[in-house]
Write a new protein. Structure first.
Length: 735
């Protein structure tokens, strides 16, 4: 069937998915002025623009006749009416309908040329400063460049997000760079899938066995496996996996790997009996971490035991506690060693031990930095230790993004932390690159105390740092195993320790702080969860919904996070007078509970007390305080941190009435409802269950299938992670 072509002036954007560009728009046909609806991939279009659409008319049962767009081109708004509509749409931050009217009245049909080429003239409009005029011009030119790049990549099915990332790093040279080598888009800073770049490269005439393709495929496969926690990949597995991706034959890939090794992008060496392939930066990080820890351990003995008993007595008296022997060992190690590990499950006294170590360091006149991998973990650490200066590791290191889109830190060997000792909580969440950055930023004589629970899930990023350090034997370790009497009264803590040892907890108890509600079908689980959080717990137990966190292992299914968030939003924050905004197929509404899902080191925040700073981190929970449809911004209140997002930044937010167990790690909630549906074999593990159970502070309600619960207790299988840190630490000991 032949395609139709129609031209129209865009009058309104009814719906837009910022992530993939899919839009529903209203246009006025150029031929006769009749209004019509068009749908399709129409990224970054705005009222006032003239679009030429190629596609077909379709009959939608609900919305009637629509034009289904396959391809389109656009021209800038022409005529004062179109230019006004364009500027009034909010395309340029700082220009709303009022300012748009004044700009068009002042400059007429030349308004867009003034904004682009002569921004200083905008200051002739009342209320626009020269600085604001320059910002408006930069924003206008940026959007024009991004739109051209979006249109170029859209022809190959590549998402607008990749175009925005490319333009952010490469600016106006982005289009030429992509045409010269489409495979640059697979670099982590840009985020394109290999198959997307491959499709464009093929259309541009790149050969299937060209070096650019094979080398990019190898590096892409290695970077992809960082998401699975691997620091390196055995060479045979790497070649096999890459061959499945590109089908070019093993010989050609071995040759490409040799070129990457010669160029230094990939390091190949024998580690732990394996022929390993590392990305250069991961190998450098692993060798540095091993060398620094070994160096610290070699100079561990830094004090004496003569005053230990006196110090213990003074600390116990001040803190009003009586330490068990293992806790005394922890404080003793901290007194006399440069580096140590403190590990143990819930109720074993880790927090009390950390408070003792902190008091010891204060008595030794040491400046101590308290930190944790996530904001919630850092906040909890500060509350439990009685200190208000605990912070995320990223914040302590001054994390930021450079002009190439790479993560960088202000603190390093040349600008070290101003600390004599560092205590890190929730260390099991520390991946290899972050651990390396922390060690690099520590002064030569600085002490390090690593605290955590080795039985929880490992870090999301590459490495198995905490477990590798413990199992290597290279660093002194104190493991707390005794559950204190008060903690034994908690069914949550008893269940956590039973799960950890592979024993089935008693789920028939009807009193205490843990309950099991048997539901077999996912829909029944979802119904019960919604009833509990919206009605029963607030009414019967006095726990507000805001203090209850729903956890589930999976995103998918009727009892996964996607379905539960939709269901709980309807219950807890239904549609009404509140403003809302759709993004990525999800409705975000004022009053919604949301989570930041990516570290953003540069985003600005203000505080209710008038302060300001930068940085919002993966796992931070907040509430949408305001949605400004005119300015295209969304404001989130993270406790005391107020962050304003542009709509295009909403890709970093997810609904958070329900979150996955993995996303909850490092956090603690007053009450937890854990949904355990059937049919998730990959996630039905002891580590997932143990992590979920230990998130609850006062109340845990498990809703689900008892057989799934028991399966998780018995399943101690952990996904293998290729990491050489343990082998390097052991080799250093033997050497």
């Amino acid at each position: 069937m032949a395609n139709d072509v129609i031209r129209g002036i865009l009058s309104a954007v009814v719906f837009r998915n910022e992530e993939n560009g899919y839009s529903v728009v209203k246009l006025d046909a150029v031929s006769d002025g009749e209004s019509f609806t068009a749908v399709g991939t129409l990224p970054d279009v705005y009222p006032g623009e003239t679009l030429e659409l190629t596609g077909q008319w379709i009959a939608n049962a609900k919305y009637g006749q629509q034009f289904k767009t396959e391809t389109f081109t656009r021209t800038a708004p022409a005529g004062t009416d179109s230019i006004f509509r364009y500027l009034a749409s909010g395309v340029i931050k700082g220009i709303g309908p009022g300012k748009a009217r004044e700009i068009v009245e002042k400059f007429g049909e030349n308004a867009l040329n003034v904004i682009e080429a002569s921004p200083e003239r905008l200051a002739e409009v009342r209320g626009i400063t020269r600085s604001a005029a320059r910002d408006m011009s930069v924003e206008f030119r940026r959007k024009a460049g991004v739109r051209m790049l979006i249109e170029l990549l859209a022809d190959y099915g590549i998402t607008p997000l990749v175009a925005m990332n490319l333009y952010k790093v490469l600016g106006e040279s982005a289009a030429d760079a992509v045409r010269e080598n489409p495979y640059i888009m697979t670099q982590s800073a840009y985020g394109a899938a290999f198959l997307e770049a491959d499709r464009m490269a093929e259309a541009l005439g790149f050969e299937a066995d060209c070096p650019e393709r094979l080398e990019a495929a190898i590096v892409f496969e290695m970077r992809h496996n960082l998401n699975n926690g691997h620091v390196f990949i055995p060479t045979d597995k790497l070649i096999d996996a890459t061959n499945q991706l590109v089908g070019s034959g093993e010989d050609a890939l071995v040759e490409a790997l040799e070129i990457l090794s010669e160029d230094g992008d990939v390091v190949r060496e024998s580690i732990g009996g394996l022929d390993a392939c590392y990305l250069r930066e991961l190998r450098d990080a692993e060798t540095y971490v091993a060398a620094r820890l070994l160096q610290m351990a070699a100079t561990n003995k830094i004090g004496g035991d003569a005053d230990a008993e006196r110090l213990f007595n003074e600390i116990e008296s001040k803190l009003n506690v009586k330490y068990a022997e293992a806790q005394r060992d922890a404080v003793r190690l901290a007194a006399n060693h440069r580096v140590m590990v403190l590990t143990g499950g819930p109720g074993t006294g880790k927090t009390t031990s950390v408070r003792g170590i902190l008091e010891l360091f204060d008595r030794l006149d040491l400046k101590t930095l308290l930190c944790a991998p996530t904001g919630r973990a850092a906040k909890r650490m500060g509350e439990l230790s009685g200190r208000d200066d605990a912070m995320t590791v990223h914040r302590a290191l001054g994390a930021g993004i450079d002009e190439n889109g790479d993560l960088v830190f202000d603190r390093d060997e040349t600008n070290p932390l101003r600390a004599d000792a560092v205590i890190v909580d929730e260390t099991s969440m520390m991946d290899l690159p972050l651990t390396c950055a922390l060690l690099q930023a520590m002064p030569p004589e600085c002490r390090l105390v690593l605290v955590g629970d080795a039985n929880q899930l490992p870090s999301v990023g590459p490495g198995n740092v905490f477990a590798d350090i413990i199992r290597s034997g290279a660093v002194p370790v104190v493991e707390l195993t005794e559950i204190f009497r008060q903690a034994k009264q908690s069914a949550i803590i008893r269940a956590a320790h039973a799960v950890n040892t592979g024993d089935m907890p008693d789920i028939t108890e009807k009193t205490g702080d843990m309950f099991f509600m048997k539901r077999a079908a996912p829909q029944a689980i979802a119904d019960t969860v919604a009833e509990l959080i919206a009605e029963r717990l607030p009414k019967n137990m006095g726990i507000p919904a805001a203090q209850i966190q729903v956890l589930t292992p999976s995103r998918r299914g009727d009892a996964g996070t996607a379905a539960l968030n939709l269901r709980l939003q309807e219950k807890l924050n239904p549609a009404g007078a509140k403003r809302e905004r759709e993004f990525g197929g999800v409705i975000f509404r004022e009053g919604d509970k949301v989570m930041q899902i990516r570290n953003d080191y540069d985003i600005m925040y203000t505080t209710k007390s008038g302060g300001a700073g930068t940085g919002v981190y993966n796992g931070d929970l907040g509430v949408i305080a305001k949605i400004d449809l005119a300015q295209e911004t969304l404001t989130v209140d993270y406790d005391d941190k107020i962050v304003e997002y542009l709509f295009e930044q909403m890709i970093d937010l997810e609904p958070a009435y329900a979150v996955t167990v993995h996303k909850s790690q490092g956090s603690e909630y007053r009450a937890v409802i854990l949904a355990l549906p059937p049919g998730m074999p990959r996630l039905a593990t002891r580590a997932v269950l143990y992590t979920a159970v230990t998130r609850a502070r006062e109340l845990l309600i498990v809703v689900g299938d008892a057989d799934v619960f028991e399966t998780m207790v018995q399943n101690d299988k952990r996904a293998k992670r290729y990491s050489g840190l343990r082998a390097r630490l052991r080799a250093g000991l033997d050497g």
